[in-house]
Write a protein that binds this ligand. Structure first.
Ligand code: NAD
Length: 319
């Protein structure tokens, strides 16, 4: 019997952005005749990072950008290299392949990247705006804030899959939806839970230790999400959260981890952003829409962020 669900690949979803982004790159030929320049810093020997870097290069060059990978053999020189690149007027965007030190020093490095060149959207100002549901950098609402690219990619995937209801006003388009996010890292899981809740969803944010609920309250009465602790992690609690979940997003960095298929509500939307396959094949017997990987959409969002940064800097030059 054929399964009623469909697997949707990130490459298909990113196609719509490829067109939008390429035509914008063309439209700014007057100010960037050779294409905007993105610099990637690689200071680890992680094969996953290496692969991501080569994808970024290919994708960005295909869309008319220039991409330069700078390898830093001595990690302690990375900070200086970033500062120099911040000052280099030829460079439009900077990204760093993490982990570098694999500890809090990486969070420090994220803040060393100038916010005007921060294509990954990790600067504190952008994070704070996101958590507070503030969408512009200026009081006139003309300069848009930047969103971290992996959480943004998952939002765009949910838009593509029509989980966002476009009949509802912008900012409330997930009203009535229940989502489970298995990962609460500061890079992806927590910002993602906040973004989805800010858009009106009830989000269960799950990590190894506990489960939290992110919502804007009854009748979306709050302007930004609030967080409630639901208790320590247990399979039972996870099962309960999943029983009504329309969306399940996983990001567990482990080869052996598999999300329990029996917890998935029939017809739910399942998305995995981990580089490991967090769902096994049986997910297809339950999910209506299944997205096994998201990296290609993330790269599109990175390039989209870069164009927005250029636009923002032009606007602040000629307000
Ligand atoms: P991380 O190690 O910082 O965070 C992992 C999170 O998963 C933590 O919140 C942890 O508590 C939770 N977790 C681990 N085991 C769990 C379990 N058994 N049950 C419930 N929760 C569990 O990692 P990260 O930086 O968030 O990256 C996660 C994965 O996502 C990695 O595989 C990474 O390569 C990938 N990633 C993908 C993209 C993309 O664009 N596709 C971007 C960034 C990261």
């Amino acid at each position: 019997v054929s399964k009623p669900g469909v697997t949707v690949l990130a490459s298909k979803i990113s196609k719509i952005y490829v067109e939008e982004i390429s035509s914008k790159v063309n439209a700014i030929k007057n100010i960037r005749p050779n294409g905007p320049l993105l610099v990637g810093f690689l200071a680890n020997d992680d094969p996953a990072a290496e692969m991501y870097a080569s994808w970024t290069k290919k994708t960005s060059e295909d869309m008319g950008f220039r991409y330069e990978l700078r390898r830093i053999d001595e990690k302690d020189f990375l900070e200086e290299a970033i500062i120099e690149t911040n000052r280099d007027r030829q460079v439009d965007g900077i990204m760093v392949y993490y982990p570098v030190f694999g500890n809090a020093q990486d969070q420090y490095l994220q803040q060393v990247v100038a916010k005007e060149k921060d294509v990954e959207g990790m600067n504190h100002v952008y994070y704070q705006n996101m958590y507070h549901n503030i969408r512009y950098l200026d009081s006139e609402n003309t300069i848009k804030s930047i969103l971290p690219c992996t959480p943004l990619a998952i939002v765009k995937i949910l838009e593509y899959l029509k989980v966002y209801n476009s009949l509802l006003p912008q900012g409330n388009r997930l009203y009535g939806k229940k989502c489970v996010v298995v990962n609460r890292s500061e890079i992806v899981g927590r910002p993602l839970a906040a973004l989805l809740a800010n858009d009106g969803a009830i989000v269960y944010s799950v990590d190894v230790d506990n489960v939290q609920k992110f919502t804007r309250g009854e009748g979306l009465k709050f302007k930004k999400h609030h967080v409630e602790d639901l208790g320590g992690f247990s399979a039972d609690l996870l099962k309960q959260c999943c029983s009504e979940a329309d969306v399940i997003v996983t990001g567990v960095p482990s080869e052996s981890y598999k999300f329990p298929t029996e917890f998935i509500k029939e017809g739910a939307v399942c998305i995995n952003f981990s580089s490991n396959k967090n769902f096994d094949e049986s997910v297809k017997s339950k999910a209506s829409l299944y997205v096994p990987m998201t990296g290609k959409v993330t790269i599109s969002m990175l390039l989209r962020n870069m164009l927005r940064l250029i636009e923002n800097s032009e606007k602040s030059k000629n307000p």
